[in-house]
Ligand binder design. Structure first.
Ligand code: AVJ
Length: 324
């Protein structure tokens, strides 16, 4: 059974997403132009990301799935039965069934900003687990989210797979971890845990090709952001003048994606004019990589105490369980 999701996207009279407009206009006005990675995921962007997860070069999805498949009984032991699983950014993940199978939860609460994706994946999940109450919530999980009454009194397990946390700089990641703790604990002294996936620091060439694949799917994913701006924010960006770049920033252990101007240009977005010089970039994504220690430090700063730690056979990825 799937309950009705609430709609929370804030649109103006012409149907423009206010948060998207603000992030793009402010982001393009900075000296180093930058747009938050969360805006990649319109319908096309979500499809392209699904394609990325199937690429030979893109290991994180397979590595995390391997960990989930290999450790079912251990998750069940560590989490206990009858929890409400609250998934932050449910997407269309194939990972969720693996977790639900392993721990036999009492309810499943997927939270996602994309309502259509959310409803589709809630229906799919519900079909696979008849009898499991599924309560989708359409919301921006970077803020505290009200939990459905249906899970009152149940112990809660937050699930945040996919290394999505890696998109955030540490200051913002810590804020998010604290918001998740608020969402799960509801201001009370509730039993809450978090199972979070984090990508590991590894050989630079492996990282680089994971974010700059031979087929150009990641390039298309990156460039799709410009198409989205043109479509949704009345933009005139000449998309063909941009090239995809993926760089490893060793000092802060992250892959950076940029869109690099291949020539001087000017364009407008929502009637605002922007100029770019050849070689200048729009910074579109950070994907932070962690060691066990740096991951633990981040979780602790966010109010979570790590208790368990699992890796795939090739040490590429880790799942960490933490206590509120
Ligand atoms: C969905 C944030 C985990 O950082 O690996 C994939 C997104 N960007 N290829 C990542 C992404 C380019 C991805 N996350």
């Amino acid at each position: 059974p799937v309950t009705e999701a609430m709609r929370i996207v804030d649109e103006d009279d012409s149907g423009i997403d206010r948060a998207f407009r603000t992030d793009v206009l402010l982001g393009l006005s900075q000296r180093q132009k930058a747009i938050p990675a969360r805006w990649f995921y319109d319908e096309r962007g979500s499809e392209l990301f699904e394609d990325i997860t199937k690429l030979d070069e893109y290991y994180p999805t397979r590595a995390e799935t391997e960990i989930l498949k290999a450790n079912g009984p251990e998750f069940a032991d560590a989490v206990g039965k009858g929890a409400a699983v609250v998934e932050f950014g449910s997407g269309s993940s194939a990972k969720t069934p693996l977790l639900l199978q392993a721990i036999a939860p009492a309810a499943y609460v997927p939270i996602d900003i994309s309502g259509d994706f959310l409803r589709a994946s809630a229906e799919q999940l519900s079909a696979k687990f008849p009898g499991l109450p599924v309560c989708p919530v359409e919301a921006d999980f970077t803020k505290r989210v009200a939990m459905p009454d249906a899970i009152d009194g149940l112990p809660r397990l937050g699930f945040f797979p996919g290394s999505t946390i890696g998109n955030l700089v540490p200051r913002t990641a810590v804020d998010l971890l604290r918001e998740m703790r608020e969402t799960l604990c509801d201001g009370r002294d509730r039993a809450a845990k978090l199972l979070i996936g984090m990508d590991r620091v590894k050989d630079t060439a492996v990282l680089q090709s994971a974010y700059d694949d031979a087929q150009g799917v990641t390039a298309a994913f990156n460039l799709n952001l410009l198409h989205r701006i043109n479509r949704e924010l009345a933009g005139t960006i000449p998309v063909d003048y941009f090239a995809h770049r993926a760089l490893w920033n060793d000092g802060i252990a992250r892959i950076e994606m940029h869109l690099e101007a291949q020539r001087d240009m000017s364009f407008t977005v929502c009637d605002k004019r922007f100029d770019m010089a050849r070689g200048e970039t729009i910074h579109t994504e950070n994907s932070h990589k962690y060691t066990r220690r740096s991951a633990n430090a981040l979780l602790l700063a966010g109010g979570w105490t790590p208790t368990h730690h699992w890796r795939d056979a090739h040490d590429r990825f880790m799942l960490i369980l933490a206590d509120a």
